[in-house]
Design a binder for this molecule. Structure first.
Ligand SMILES: *[C@@H]1O[C@H](CO)[C@@H](O)[C@H](O)[C@H]1NC(C)=O
Ligand SMILES: *[C@@H]1O[C@H](CO)[C@@H](O)[C@H](O)[C@H]1NC(C)=O
Ligand SMILES: [Zn+2]
Length: 438
């Protein structure tokens, strides 16, 4: 065949495959998650006095409402925004109650199903890149993330070691990547976990991004090289594997683990309330159906127990614990469970300050930072407080973008800027471990 003929044949083949594809796609057009979010809305209310707080709380108790922010009804306070996901059946009555009480509200997402479909549509129409070029600017399913981990482990033997620290409730392996130039075993270490709460999809995307950046910029960026030479990073891209899988297949807004309870039909425990530090006190719920359920006992969740065991074993080497959450744009440090100042406040505060400046330097995005109890709210049984109490001197929790416009549905176009700026902050925190701070 000549060139022209070959090209013509290619065009015909392309057209044919296009026709076949579109005829295949049209009849099987189906809705994600069984269309369960059709007509659901996300609204923001800011109660301005105690009366409005009470009205909001009682509406919450009566109607089918899912709190996006804050995550427990007990911490609704005047002057602070409350983001609510309202079921289509309750949306009319909820809004008319607000109107009657003259409480202003703003619709953040007017049709949740549409927003989910829109985001997923832009995902599938994206040009497929060559197989060797992994796409870090889309959200990946658990299976994709795990095969990516195997691939990274296979292709970077001098920098990566992948291992499992246990099994989830549903029997999935709990994989961790050790990242850093393989040399002395006793290097200082930084632990980073993502995906503790299933619906916060930007978390796992960040963990993957961070690994990619570290490997790609080792030769070009002296700061990365220094960190990779002098530290090990232990990175757990998906902490709550069962929940993450469930949020891809059944309920996009699932938060907890997937463990079963003997007395209640509700499943799952809040993996960030299940740690043995003031367990199940203020800011946690003892009711299995609540989003902040602390579990039947500390470390009841196999995922929490596995990470706690690893950190207990490595406590001499692990100098920083970093947990990636969303959304609020905050960098938090202990304590979460009480209003008190940590003993090494100056060191931690200055690391946080520098991290937030580094983050800002990328795109001018502002993060609030400070002790979790005063900056966000009081919560007991958190991993960050536990890590700190267990002897890890630098313990942080990030709440990534945004501040509620998209909330948990942060569009994929924002993965790159969000992860780029967060990488700067995490590198800054890691760099502070290499300096002396008394
Ligand atoms: C909403 O109402 C419809 C019709 O009344 C009902 O079939 C559906 O189960 C309700 N949805 C929820 C989530 O309660
Ligand atoms: C990761 O690679 C190492 C070899 O570099 C291998 O020994 C190890 O089993 C791999 N990890 C997993 C989970 O496959
Ligand atoms: Zn979270």
């Amino acid at each position: 065949m000549g060139n022209a003929a070959r090209n013509a044949a290619k065009v015909v083949a392309l057209m044919l495959s296009g026709i076949i594809l579109s005829s295949l796609q049209t009849p099987v057009r189906s809705y994600l998650y069984n269309n369960r979010y059709a007509g659901d809305q996300v609204i923001r209310v800011i109660p301005h006095n105690d009366g409005e707080v009470e009205i909001l709380k009682s509406l919450y108790e009566q109607l089918e409402v899912d709190l996006w922010q804050p995550n427990s009804v007990s911490i609704i306070t005047e002057g602070a925004a409350v983001d609510l996901h309202i079921d289509r059946n309750s949306s009319g009555i909820f809004r008319s109650h607000l109107q009657q009480a003259k409480i202003p509200y703003k619709v953040l997402i007017s049709n949740l199903q549409k927003e989910i479909e829109k985001q997923s549509g832009s995902r599938s129409s994206r040009k497929r890149r060559s197989e060797s070029e992994y796409d870090y600017e889309v959200y990946h399913s658990l299976e994709e993330i795990q095969s990516w981990m195997h691939e990274i482990n296979r292709t970077h033997p001098h920098f990566v070691n992948m291992f499992s620290i246990g099994q989830s409730f549903e029997g999935r392996p709990l994989y961790v990547l050790q990242l850093g130039k393989k040399s002395r075993r006793d290097k200082k270490a930084v632990w980073i976990d993502c995906g503790v709460h299933a619906r916060e999809w930007i978390g796992p995307a960040f963990c993957q991004w961070f690994v990619k950046e570290a490997l790609h910029s080792y030769h070009s960026d002296p700061v990365t090289r220094r960190l990779m030479n002098q530290l090990y990073f232990y990175i757990m891209p998906v902490f709550n594997v069962d929940g993450y899988h469930f949020s891809w297949t059944k309920d996009r807004f699932w938060r907890k683990t997937r463990s079963r309870n003997s007395k209640f039909h509700c499943r799952g425990v809040d993996a960030n309330r299940n740690w043995k530090v003031k367990w199940c006190e203020e800011g946690a719920s003892s009711h299995p159906c609540d989003e902040t359920y602390c579990g039947p006992f500390p470390e009841s969740e196999p995922e929490v127990k596995a990470v706690a065991n690893f950190l207990r074993k490595q406590r001499k080497r692990v100098k920083a614990y970093i947990s990636i959450h969303a959304y609020a744009q905050m960098l938090l440090y202990p304590y979460s469970y009480k209003y008190a100042t940590i003993p090494n406040f100056d060191c931690v505060e200055s690391a946080a300050h520098n991290a937030v400046l580094a983050l800002y330097s990328a795109y001018g995005v502002r993060y609030r930072y400070g002790p979790a109890s005063t900056t966000l709210y009081v919560s007991s049984g958190s991993s960050m407080d536990w890590a700190y109490k267990n002897g890890i001197p630098y313990a942080f929790a990030f709440e990534l973008r945004d501040t509620g416009y998209f909330g948990f549905l942060l569009p994929e176009t924002l993965i790159n800027p969000t992860c780029t700026e967060t990488t700067r902050a995490v590198k800054t925190i890691s760099t502070s471990l290499l300096k002396k701070c008394s």
